[in-house]
Design a binder for this molecule. Sequence first.
Ligand code: 5GP
Ligand code: ZN
Length: 124
Amino acid sequence: MQSPTDSFKSKECIFCKIIAGTLPAEKVFENENVFAFRDISPQAPVHVLIVPKQHVVDILDVSGRDMEIFQHLFKAAQQIAAKLGIAGSGFRTVFNSGDHACQTMYHLHLHLLGGTQMGGSLVG
Ligand code: 5GP
Ligand code: ZN
């Protein structure tokens, strides 16, 4: 559920503006619940951000009926991986939450990374 402060935050949110089409982005997928676009600073040949259309800040901001958001994001990840040709070769999905994970954008986003052989370290 959104609080009054959430509606203020979402007006300032870059990802909400991308979803609304008022800021440009290279869209790769969209449905009723989810929007996905190429990361502006890609860390792999395929680096897509998959975001819920609903403004939620991070994993901790999702509860109750909103938990369906995670189903929508991972279903989209399956479809986008197939569409971009990385389902067979493999890919990584990442949520960053908070300071230690270096979260910089405070609209929940699932990173989808692939198209290259990645290293085994997840924290380096
Ligand atoms: P975080 O560190 O919060 O998990 O990841 C935020 C991601 O958003 C970063 O990979 C960053 O490159 C990407 N990003 C930040 N601003 C923009 C933008 O305006 N457009 C796009 N397409 N990606 C952005
Ligand atoms: Zn937002």
